[in-house]
Ligand binder design. Structure first.
Ligand code: 3EB
Length: 350
């Protein structure tokens, strides 16, 4: 039996990216020339070394435990198995402290906060999510950075449990319980560590100024997903466009409308989510009036056996000069095999 995605036509090096209905604007040949503005409030870099001066740093490797170098360790193996670091760099000096139950770092524009909650000590994933969001609410109210830009959530065994007992769905219930109905929702990523349930890791990027929430014209807003996807719909917006022009894109998967597309075809899911990114970015460009280019992409792949395929396809779909990290991870919906989160920069005009 050929692998299911073997049926997907390959890109032949012609000017069209088969088999998308429209060629992805991420393809190299339609990228505008890159002009990176070093004064942007956040730059994301992937490297093999630590960066102690960064606003935030994450270490990616397999296994549990904490990172020896002060970075937050995320138990996500990289696509080639080599340890990797992600750095969020701010243009100005960073101040660090512990407050609101979190490790905090901030400069004049952005605040980063990081929580690690022991699930068992809080009475399970649902209660831990509620507690995390209570602490986030206090931080937003009292820190001087009142506007959430994006929130990341990492938990083990995310798809364990049947139906409404699935751990991701319980997480969504716990999160929703701590939010006021109608509250504007930030961008988000929710990802499963391929480890046993242990700690809920949450990190928050908050700003002094408010962004504009962007929804995807190809997707039903996640906070309006039908009941079949869980007792509480996922509380996030598809992207947040900041006044300085950067676009923070939520974890984006092959969800069209509210349904998963190509549940058996990893390559087709990656192509479909690239179309979702295209549509979302086009909407943000129309609203913001500035052209956007991808500045950092993180690719989450569920199945180890798909890593090589996804890496090869991602290399064709996304510009070669955009930093990209591919890691092995579980995705919040059991039938999703791949998800991409991204930061886009505004194109600076010469
Ligand atoms: C989706 O489109 C994919 O629960 O915070 C992506 C990003 C997803 C964030 C979240 C979930 C979350 O529904 C899943």
């Amino acid at each position: 039996m050929p692998e299911p995605w073997a049926a997907v036509p390959r890109y032949r090096g012609t000017r069209k990216l088969a088999p998308l209905h429209v060629p992805s604007r991420h393809a190299l040949f339609i990228q505008p020339p890159r002009a990176v503005d070093a004064t942007l409030p956040l730059r994301i870099r992937y490297s093999t070394d630590a960066a102690p001066e960064a606003l935030a740093s994450f270490a990616y490797r397999a296994g549990n435990g904490s990172s020896a170098d002060g970075n937050l360790l995320l138990s996500l193996p990289t696509h080639d198995g080599a340890p990797a670091h992600e750095h969020w760099q701010a243009p100005n000096p960073v101040t660090r402290r512990s407050a609101f139950g979190a490790r905090i770092a901030h400069d004049d524009t952005l605040l980063y906060a990081e929580w690690s909650l022991d699930e068992a000590a809080h009475g399970g994933i649902e209660a831990a999510a509620t507690e995390a969001y209570r602490q986030i609410a206090v931080l937003l109210a009292d820190s001087g950075y009142p506007h959430p830009v994006k929130i990341w959530h990492y938990l083990g065994a995310i798809n364990d449990g049947a139906g409404d007992d699935e751990r991701y769905r319980r997480f969504c219930v716990g999160r929703a319980a701590a939010l006021d109905p109608g509250q504007p929702l930030p961008a988000a990523t929710a990802i499963g560590l391929q480890t046993p349930p242990d700690r809920l890791t949450v990190f928050l990027l908050a700003a002094k100024v408010a962004g504009t929430r962007i929804e995807n014209p190809r997707q039903v807003p996640a906070y309006e997903y039908p009941r079949a996807y869980g007792p509480a719909s996922p509380s996030f917006s598809r992207a947040m466009l900041m006044p300085w022009g950067q676009l923070f894109v939520s974890g984006t998967a092959a969800v069209v409308g509210y349904e998963t597309k190509h549940p058996e075809n990893t390559g087709a899911q990656l192509r479909e989510l690239a179309l979702n990114l295209d549509a979302l970015v086009a909407k943000a460009e129309a609203i913001g009036g500035r052209q956007l280019v991808p500045a950092a992409l993180k690719v989450y792949v569920r199945r180890r056996e798909d890593l090589a395929e996804v890496e090869a396809l991602a290399a064709r779909l996304f510009p070669a000069d955009c930093p990209r990290l591919t890691v092995l991870a579980d995705i919040s919906r059991a039938d999703l095999r791949v998800e991409v989160e991204a930061l886009y920069d505004p194109v600076t005009r010469a």
